[in-house]
Each structure stands twice: as structure tokens, then as C-alpha cells.
Design a protein around this ligand. Structure first.
Ligand SMILES: [Zn+2]
Length: 191
């Protein structure tokens, strides 16, 4: 998505860009329990690859795990489980992850995870949760750049998660508003 904003300062443009990249919550796999892994890749590498798969989700429904009513134990409002079971010979794809919540599934079904040879097994449970790009790149919402001409800024916003670029832009404005309100409250407390 391209957005033209006029009459703002470079600091505002920079902050807006940073928030779109690293402070808009997205969903990604954070925990993996391996029951079998005979593939050539270590558990850690498979888990890392699973973490980088962009997932669809409803941003209004899910809470951060540590801010959820379940107090971080994990419930349907803060965590989504997936199951995967494959036996080779085959390529394991993102679409082989079976979700327990239809709102949360891979954006693309044909992302290769690992190839299994004859008789090799991969069986695991994976758990996705909300997170921020500033904590791990797997939760990065978008790739954003902008060009400045006079007082005009043209933003180029490319989504790399399960949200549309428009959603990322409007959520970033909300985050910026919340941060500004918090700052105002902090300053008022000093009086
Ligand atoms: Zn919860």
C-alpha cells in the first residue's frame, strides 16, 4: 500500500514507520513440542522455520498471553494450537499444520518446512501467540519505507503477516495515540 501524508515532521514519519514494523501485534508460533523428528533438520531449526510462517488472525479477539485473563497459563483468547504429523517420502508444507482455530492458519499453504525421506517421521504440536516485532522478527508486521519531498512523505507499506497493509497502518496510528496519551499522563503526574 502507498500512503501520502502531508505536513508532518520527519520525527513523526520515523516513529510511524518504526511502530508499523515493530509494535503492531501479530500472531506467530512460539512453542513447539516434538513427538518425533527423524528429518535432517534439528528440532530448533524446524521450530525456527515454523515461527517464521505468517498466520492469519483476528486482531480484536486475541490478547497478549501475559495480559490475558488466564494470567499467562494459555487459553483460547491468547494461544492457538496446531498439530502436524507426516511420514516420508514427502515435503512438509505450512499447509500441513492442522489448526484448532479456523481464524488462525498459515497465510500461504505451500511454504516448505522440511523434506522427509522414506520412512522418516515428523510429529509435533505447535502453539502460536501474539507478539511484537521488536521482540522477535517473526512477529514483524510489515516492511515499511518512505520518501520525503518538501513536507510530503510517501510511505510504502508491505505486509509480512496475516494483516492487510490498511490494518497495519490504522493499528500503528492507534499504538501511537496510546503511547502519546501515556506520555501525557506521565507528564501530568510530574506537576
Ligand atoms: Zn489466555
Amino acid at each position: 500500500m502507498k500512503v501520502l501524508i502531508e505536513g508532518i515532521k520527519p520525527a513523526f514519519a520515523g516513529e510511524l514507520r518504526r511502530i508499523m514494523v515493530s509494535e503492531v501485534p501479530t500472531m506467530a508460533i512460539e512453542w513447539v513440542d516434538f513427538h518425533a523428528n527423524d528429518s535432517v533438520l534439528w528440532d530448533e531449526i524446524v521450530a525456527h522455520r515454523l515461527g517464521l510462517i505468517p498466520l492469519t488472525f483476528d486482531p480484536k479477539f486475541f490478547n497478549f498471553k501475559d495480559e490475558c485473563q488466564c494470567e499467562g497459563k494459555g487459553c483460547t483468547r491468547c494461544q492457538v494450537a496446531f498439530a502436524l504429523k507426516k511420514t516420508g517420502p514427502c515435503m512438509v508444507y505450512s499447509g500441513d499444520l492442522k489448526t484448532t482455530d479456523d481464524r488462525v492458519k498459515p497465510v500461504f499453504d505451500k511454504i516448505p518446512i522440511v523434506e522427509l525421506m522414506e520412512g522418516q517421521e515428523l510429529e509435533l504440536e505447535a502453539f502460536a501467540e501474539l507478539g511484537l516485532g521488536k521482540n522477535h522478527a517473526k512477529w514483524q508486521a510489515a516492511v515499511v519505507g518512505y520518501k520525503q519531498e518538501d513536507d510530503k512523505f510517501t510511505f510504502n507499506i508491505e505486509s509480512v503477516c496475516g494483516l492487510k497493509a490498511e490494518q497495519i497502518f490504522s493499528q500503528a496510528l492507534q499504538v501511537l495515540t496510546e503511547k502519546t496519551n501515556d506520555f501525557i499522563k506521565d507528564v501530568e503526574r510530574l506537576k
